[in-house]
Design a protein around this ligand. Sequence first.
Ligand code: PLP
Length: 354
Amino acid sequence: MILKMNRGRVFIYPASGTGAWEAAIVNTFSQGDRVLMFETGHFATLWRAIAEKFGLVVDFVAGDWRHGIDPATVEAKLTEDAQHQIKGVVCVHNETSTGVTSRIGEVRRAMDAAKHPALLIVDVISSLASMDYRKDEWGVDVTVAGSQKGLMLPPGMSFNAVSEKALSASKTAGLPRAYWSWQEMLEPNKSGFFPYTPATNLLFGLREAISMLVYEDGLDNVFRRHHRHGEATRCAVRAWGLELLCLEPTEYSNSLTAVLMPEGFDETEFRRFVLGNFNLSLGAGLGKLKGRVFRIGHLGDFNDLMLCATLCGIEMGLDSFGVPIRKAGVSAAMAYLSGKQTDEVNASVNLQAS
Ligand code: PLP
């Protein structure tokens, strides 16, 4: 229900998200297969490294870590590939390192426009259950998900949600696999079992998380809540006079916001300062963003007061750390949350539109 899928199978691993990345690759491809991947950030870069370790030939489309996947590039690359040598289009939906969300529906339309049969494989580790994701409608063949973000569980459980097309590709895929094998899972799963010990305690947690998200809150309300918190956070960042890392408003992430530190201020030092003074743990700059970007998480079990407290800690922290800001972020976020469009909020909305 959360994946919006009525066809195919879901395989559940007692592993972190990285395991489900590996599972998606070894079940679908053979050594030497060509795949299209996109440099949207740190996690896309890590996934590419795994694909290459398994002998895939990755066409890694360069990116600036401030934009999502360009559907026009997908269409051009696939149209060029008249022999259909590209076997997979492998995407990260929400780049947790940058706060940029790629438009997977448009990637699918680009693949269809190119009439290309490659598998579409998508990581939704930091978007699932926080932002709308439509596995069937977007024709995603393998969705890679994890327990520890929008599903509000501890880490240690991950998923491959698999289409019939991917399942049949797994029968001929040549990469060796044992623990990750979908085929080995099929038979025991039929009677509710696993080929090895599952993460039993997390499965109980998953049942509760699904009940909260789907039956108590309602998924659309959860998405609206995260959108509201994302917008309020972006209002705060603009009102401080700081820069959002994400440059494209249609790609703003509603599960986290990455903020550029002004020149001369180190993100690691700032986060240490905020943790020490306010017991507030901010996300680090990852990969090539180390030292330059801090991240504000607003996903999962989160409400207005938690967001306001987070933004207060950041505003006090920035000010005491000596970063030149306007101390107007928290009030801009509060005005947005309470529906009052102050000049500050209007100014930031105008900025966004320009
Ligand atoms: N993909 C994304 C988008 C992530 O955010 C993460 C972790 O944060 C991973 C993959 C890797 O997952 P894990 O750390 O659970 O192995």
